[in-house]
Write a protein that binds this ligand. Structure first.
Ligand SMILES: Cc1cc2nc3c(=O)[nH]c(=O)nc-3n(C[C@H](O)[C@H](O)[C@H](O)COP(=O)(O)OP(=O)(O)OC[C@H]3O[C@@H](n4cnc5c(N)ncnc54)[C@H](O)[C@@H]3O)c2cc1C
Ligand code: HEM
Length: 559
């Protein structure tokens, strides 16, 4: 069976093929530059394409020897990476602007100036992208792309000095700045205009109130948002210091209060769907005691800011259990601190951070349920006390070797969740078609469980790409669901099958897609979800569009 090749610029060397028999070797991928299902994300992948499923902010293929671990080792090698003999300078904006060529590039980030020339080849977003910040204050640019990246730690050895005065920062998007900068990365920095488009109007914060009875204190937020769900609140509490983040569309309302008296760790969140009125019920430690007031409002209370402006807040969690899923993938149960409550929405991910040889490394992991199926699930999930991660270990990776070494009781630092999948997209009755590669399976777990809990009549299908049979995650569960439920089916596709494999093999291509999710005009309510290494996800989205699906039919799970 022939198939069209998807146009991945990283994959020129490997032959593209797909088919349903196992009598050919020509589909075998050539080393690390191939489809990369075994490397998730592949060196050149990133699992994120930007806000819309088709808008790509791709990572580039880094040269061998330019991984994060290689960068960490270079930093620890003793080599001077500042380019100024490790003197700490005071850098004026004029001086900064002089350092805008690839072999002499400085960037200012939050008042600190770094020599980025040695990092260029290691930048997962590519040299050209990084050069956009050369010679200028790149803070806005940096934050627009990846605010959560710990540049301070990663560029510590490249620190040149402090920026003397803060130059006017560019407002607006990366692309508008691009037009102002020379087209070659080596060109001199251009002055940037002080003003961009006017900022969007700030929505007014929701109304906040509270009341009490003998046993409880209830905090009320009138969100007026009909999509509000109990997962949209994260609570953190140490003693009487309580913070609750209420996520309302793309804004966050913050409650921060030093409570009048002690409460227990039991919280209850209720949401009125019609009005979005959200109540957080706190249990008094001493029942029968009337509080004179709620307590003292603390920093940030009642603030209502764009969620994207919020930094990541890490909690020190505990690994409760760890079990093997297959030869290289583990399922971790992580318990949140006793005062924290976080129910993670379907398909969302958290960041895990760890100090790797002196550099703070953050990685994203999708939160999964502990099993496929809705029976006997861990009830603490709905209380927001624990969550599960399914993580593939790379023996030469930056962070997963440490994750592999973790034992029950060990600490693990985890951020709040992030993501953009709206569970309401599952409310339709059209077909749900999932394309997953490797651990790109993780967001599909929640989707499948959602359908199982709905007693659905819709058709739900998963096409699951892996290298070998041994790599298929939760195969027995998937097979058993498909045996028991007529509406569910799964098809496995292997890129390096063994000789006994009789199923499909190869990579995602138009033939596979048209056979698995053919487009017909009548199927306007089909939802196609994709997750895997970025080139894979991009291919799925592109092929789906090629055969007739529109953006409304598509969701790519990304960072
Ligand atoms: C939104 C999101 C959700 C995710 N969810 C999950 C999940 O649920 N489960 C999961 O397991 N992962 C998930 N990931 C991937 C995860 O974040 C990490 O990327 C992954 O665990 C690898 O981390 P690492 O630091 O150990 O490996 P890395 O250091 O990133 O290395 C990974 C592999 O790539 C190779 N490599 C790296 N750079 C190069 C290079 N320049 N040249 C050649 N080879 C190179 C390494 O040798 C290694 O084999 C997710 C990623 C995103 C963005
Ligand atoms: C200011 C100019 C910069 C621009 C325009 C830029 C752009 C990008 C882009 C487009 C990507 C790939 C897409 C993505 O992950 O969203 C990326 C990834 C990345 N960049 Fe930058 N970058 C800049 C500066 C930096 C700096 C200073 C660092 C410092 C360490 C850095 C570290 C990273 C890392 C670690 C990733 C991978 C993120 C991931 O794993 O998802 N970048 N960058």
């Amino acid at each position: 069976m022939g198939c069209t090749s998807s146009s991945n610029n990283f994959d020129k060397s490997s032959k593209s093929s797909c088919g349903s028999s196992n009598n050919s070797n020509d589909f075998k991928m050539a080393g690390k530059q191939s489809l990369g299902i075994s490397q998730f994300p592949a060196p050149n992948s990133q699992q994120r394409l930007g806000g819309s499923p088709t808008k790509a902010r791709t990572k580039v293929a880094l040269k061998p020897g330019r991984s994060l671990m290689d960068w960490i080792r270079l930093g620890n090698s003793g080599k001077d990476l500042t380019g100024v003999g490790r003197k700490v300078l005071e850098v004026t904006p004029e001086e900064l602007a002089k350092h805008a060529t690839m072999d002499d590039a400085w960037i200012a980030l939050r008042g600190k100036v770094y020599n980025i020339s040695p990092y260029l080849e290691y930048h997962p977003g590519g040299e050209e992208e990084l050069m956009k910040g050369a010679g200028i204050d790149g803070t806005v640019l940096f934050d627009e792309v990846h605010k959560w990246v710990n540049y301070e730690s990663m560029l510590e050895k490249c620190f040149v000095g402090k920026l003397k005065t803060t130059p006017i920062q560019k407002r607006g998007s990366v692309s508008s700045l691009l037009r102002l900068k020379p087209s070659t990365p080596n060109g001199p920095a251009q002055p940037h205009p002080p003003m961009g488009p006017p900022p969007p109007p700030v929505p007014s914060p929701p109304r906040f109130d509270w009341y009490q009875n003998d046993k409880t204190v209830t905090l009320v937020v009138y969100t007026k948002w009909k999509q509000m769900r109990k997962e949209n609140i994260i609570i953190d509490r140490t003693g009487r210091d309580l913070t609750a983040w209420v996520y309302i569309e793309d804004h966050t309302f913050t409650i921060h209060v030093d409570l009048e008296d002690d409460i227990t760790d039991e919280y209850e969140v209720t949401v009125q769907k019609q009005t979005g009125k959200t109540e957080l019920v706190l249990q008094k430690q001493t029942t029968g005691q009337q509080w004179r007031g709620l307590g003292k409002f603390l920093d940030g209370h009642s603030s209502y800011t764009p969620t994207n402006d919020k930094g990541l807040v890490y909690r020190s969690c505990h690994l409760e259990s760890v079990v093997s899923v297959n030869h290289d993938t583990k399922l971790l149960c992580v318990s949140l601190p006793p005062g924290t409550c976080m129910c993670v929405p379907v398909g969302y991910h958290v960041h895990v951070r760890h100090n790797v040889e002196g550099v703070m490394v953050e990685r994203s992991y999708t939160v999964v349920q502990p099993l496929l199926g809705t029976q006997d699930t861990d009830h603490r999930l709905t209380q927001g006390k624990v969550f599960y991660l399914m993580i593939k270990i790379y023996t030469d990776g930056a962070i997963t070797p440490w994750i592999n070494s973790l034992r029950p009781g060990d600490s693990i630092e985890v951020s709040q969740y992030e993501g953009n999948f709206r569970e309401s997209r599952l409310d339709g009755q059209g077909d749900l078609i999932m394309y997953a590669a490797g651990t790109g399976f993780t967001p599909m777990v929640g989707l499948i469980n959602h359908c199982l809990s709905q007693n659905t009549n819709r058709k739900v299908k998963l096409m699951f790409f892996n290298k070998t049979e041994d790599d298929i995650l939760w195969r027995e569960h998937l097979d058993s669901i498909s045996e028991k439920n007529e509406w569910f089916s799964v098809q496995y596709v292997l890129s390096e099958p063994g000789s006994s494999w009789t199923g499909s093999h190869g990579r995602i291509c138009e033939d596979l897609m048209t056979s698995f999710s053919p487009f017909t005009e009548a199927k306007t309510d089909t939802l196609i979800c994709a997750c895997g290494p970025t080139p894979f996800t991009k291919s799925v989205i592109q092929l789906a569009k090629d055969i007739g699906y529109s953006d409304d039919n598509l969701h790519a799970f990304l960072g």
